[in-house]
Design a protein around this ligand. Structure first.
Ligand SMILES: O=C(O)CCC(=O)C(=O)O
Ligand SMILES: [Fe+2]
Length: 146
């Protein structure tokens, strides 16, 4: 992939986190990028000791789309020294697994059937190929309305 005229390797593919809010501790090495509404990739300043805040898909759904989930990816840092490495520590802030997620009383937003966060989380997690083989180990606690 070419970014600002340079060939860079994508090490974390584009996605939005499934949960509520994610905090990413920065370590001074660049590589995290977020996509703006025009579809352009923006470099997140990696200032040491700061937290990058990403909004997740659950927050987008719960807020009726008023808060957009942050699409992001990670590219390999530019090799500026032989052992350039980037460390990212993620904190995923999420509801309890037995929390019921129901629409906020907001006007002009799309209603949805309330669901249990644990059901949503299991579905989202086991959609990743490396976890797809264990999807059958947990059944939804609440049946979907048909
Ligand atoms: O490498 C990063 O800082 C991003 C990690 C990430 O997007 C994730 O764990 O969901
Ligand atoms: Fe992420």
């Amino acid at each position: 992939m070419v970014h600002k005229g340079e060939t860079r390797t994508i090490i974390g593919r584009e996605h939005a986190d499934s949960g509520f809010v994610t905090l990413l501790a920065q370590d001074g090495v660049e590589g995290l990028q977020v996509k703006n509404l025009a579809g352009e990739w923006i470099d997140v300043p990696p200032a040491n000791g700061t937290l990058a805040v990403n909004f997740g898909q659950l927050l987008e759904r719960w807020s009726g789309g008023r808060v957009r989930a942050t699409r992001h990816r990670a590219i390999a840092p530019k090799v500026i020294a032989p052992k350039t490495a980037r460390f990212s520590i993620a904190f995923f802030y999420e509801p309890r697994v037995d929390a019921e997620i129901a629409p906020l009383p907001l006007t002009g937003t799309e209603a949805f059937e309330p669901f249990l966060y644990g059901d949503y989380l299991w579905e989202a997690a086991t959609n990743f190929v490396e976890m797809s083989g264990i999807k059958h180990l947990r059944q939804p606690r609440r049946a979907k309305a048909s």
